[in-house]
Design a protein around this ligand. Sequence first.
Ligand code: SF4
Ligand code: SF4
Length: 384
Amino acid sequence: MSAADSTAQVTKSKTNPSLFFVFTSADCNLSCTYCGATAEDLQMPHRPTYPVDDLAKFFESEDGEGITVVFYGGEPLTSIPFLRKVMDRYPKAQFILQSNVTLLHSLPTEYLLRLWSILVSIDGSEATTDGYRSKGLYKRVMDNVHDAIDRGYKGPLVARMTCSMKTDIAAEAIHLLRDAPVPFTAVYWQMDVGFDAPMNTRWGDFPGWMNNQYKPSLDRLRDFFVAELKEGRAPIIVPFLGVLNTVLGRSAINGLRCGVGVDTWSITTDGRLMICPVGFDEPWNCIGDIHTSTKSDLERVDVAGACDKCSIRNVCGGRCLYVNKTAWWGDEGMDWICEGVRHLVKIMEDLVPDVKKMLEEGHPALEMALDDPALSDFSLEIIP
Ligand code: SF4
Ligand code: SF4
């Protein structure tokens, strides 16, 4: 079956929905080179149009117990009053903020301190971040992260990078983990691929970038990771540790690594339900609304097509439902995207003997890193 033929399979198996991306706003206060989406692009109202009380019936939880809410947008902090209402109404829920953090200083400390984790959109060094996102952005992010720490925030600060054509992923990740004014506790990245068509419209030569830039850079990041392990440290490079957990046999995966279609779903500003928070205009992605469904009604959705025949599906998980379903880059482009996944899996498999030895001899930092909640609880795209 060609990638373009692939269809998301809706099976009848029940899921365990527990994490919801809640759009608090369709607006964003930035216009990044690889995104620039507006409320009109997102095809939903600028602000939530449903009362927060309506979530209780859908959640099947009066106080939010057992639910994790990821505040999402647009930029979620352009809608702080709604965010506060959700936190006040569902005191037992866990809250994650996925944000560019340029407005984090406006979030009252009482609410800041209730966040379980902050996923910060930043692309690496100052030059790379400002180049993609806007001049002065890096400093604003660092100032606001610093301010959050000064106000008492002690939770995870996870850098979520977009990896695009000017990215040297090793340099960017090492910068954020080790050299930034406020080092991040974990890093992961999403590839800026498969969202437009055809493959080389923006990239020019994606296969060349993959072979000559990305894969050698992944190798350099692996070398950094190994050097750190030898010093008794274990930087939380989410794709490395997530894949290592699987190839070490410590944890099997259950569908997509980001969790969508298994235990993770999205709620638009007008209360519609989506499988993945990207793909708001895709009919296959729109599966109902919070007023006519409850979380128990949600049925599992899996990738299909090329993934069904892939020898590393049990490690990859299928990478991305949106890209699998839309297949904008066609078979050849999809294969080049998967080349990056294959390389990541290969270099982690090659580390298994050394890592096993380190664990047998005792490596507390690595043990802790392999159990880090960033690998399991925050719906991160572990496969870039
Ligand atoms: S590498 Fe991942 S995304 Fe690519 S075909 Fe295999 S399972 Fe699917
Ligand atoms: S990896 Fe793909 S399917 Fe998963 S949340 Fe991101 S865009 Fe959606």
